[in-house]
Design a protein around this ligand. Structure first.
Ligand SMILES: C[S@@+](CC[C@H](N)C(=O)[O-])C[C@H]1O[C@@H](n2cnc3c(N)ncnc32)[C@H](O)[C@@H]1O
Length: 161
């Protein structure tokens, strides 16, 4: 399985990513490889988004869930423990068919080129037209960004891929 190490995104950087994607109140944001949930916490608290995070490392999942509870964001952020490359995982996400990457307005990731490359088929297949992908540091190979700012790349289904 393709994976990469945990390196957190600061609140300021998360804000830049979410602003570039123009996240609006009530939109659905997924962070793939969410670590301790930094991006999602900013998305929920400052942008009013409904958030879902997927993380393979169980300790990070525990920390993320603790932080979400501590901040009283349990109704706005759900963190799932799992591998984004495991198709069965996506089928049974939360046991609720409405929780699906196909319903994302915005997908965020801070993943290496290699992991992004493996993710491409899932994202290209599942995302709705107009959904945005915002990637920190790494341009997704073969996609054309609609905006770039300070090492953050914004893509849109239908325009970029
Ligand atoms: C660079 S960190 C970014 C963490 C968080 N998104 C942030 O920006 O603060 C990448 C995260 O992706 C997780 N990850 C890597 N491969 C994964 C996979 N196959 N499934 C789920 N999570 C994965 C790692 O455990 C790590 O926490």
């Amino acid at each position: 399985m393709a994976t990469c190490d945990y390196v957190p995104t600061s609140e300021a950087r998360a804000r830049e990513m979410l602003s570039l994607a123009n996240v609006k109140e009530g939109e659905v944001v997924y962070d793939l490889g969410c670590g301790t949930g930094e991006i999602l916490i900013v998305a929920a608290e400052e942008f009013g988004a409904k958030c879902f995070g997927i993380e393979v490392n169980s300790r990070l999942v525990e920390w993320a869930r603790e932080e979400v509870e501590k901040r009283g964001l349990g109704d706005r952020i759900k963190i799932f423990h799992g591998n984004i490359f495991e198709p069965r995982f996506w089928l049974h996400l939360g046991g609720d068919p409405s929780i699906a990457i196909a319903n994302a307005d915005v997908v965020t990731y801070y993943l290496t080129l290699w992991v992004q490359e493996e993710l491409k088929p899932l994202i290209e297949r599942e995302l709705a037209q107009g959904a945005r992908v915002v990637s920190r540091e790494f341009k997704v190979m073969g996609w054309t960004p609609v905006k770039v700012n300070n090492g953050i790349y914004l893509f849109e289904k239908g325009r970029s891929f």
